[in-house]
Design a protein around this ligand. Structure first.
Ligand SMILES: [Zn+2]
Length: 101
């Protein structure tokens, strides 16, 4: 007699309690850049995406972050040579403002 295989739900349930699948919003922020550069290790990426699904604030934050980066890119291209070392203050403000909403 072979044991009945565990259902997917049960396996996921077990995993949830064995692994720390939850990351905090602060950790989420730490991962954002690596995520956008597709530079996250598989496991972190999974954690990031789980958090993304569960946390509306971080979804909105990621969206605003992405938009800011796109705007910044538009502002700097095509003359990449002129890219300043310092982040323009307006951009910082825009990102911070997006976070507060
Ligand atoms: Zn969050």
């Amino acid at each position: 007699m072979s044991k009945k295989p565990k259902s997917m739900m049960r396996r996921i349930h077990g995993m949830m309690f064995k692994l720390p699948l939850m990351i905090t919003c602060e950790q989420f922020e730490d991962f954002i850049l690596a995520y956008l550069e597709d530079d996250l290790p598989k496991r972190q990426k999974m954690l990031f995406e789980i958090h993304l699904k569960m946390c509306r604030e971080c979804r909105e934050y990621l969206e605003a972050y992405r938009t800011s980066i796109e705007l910044a890119k538009d502002a700097f291209t095509p003359d990449d040579a002129n890219l300043p070392d310092e982040v323009p203050e307006d951009l910082v403000k825009a990102v911070l403002a997006a976070r507060d909403t």
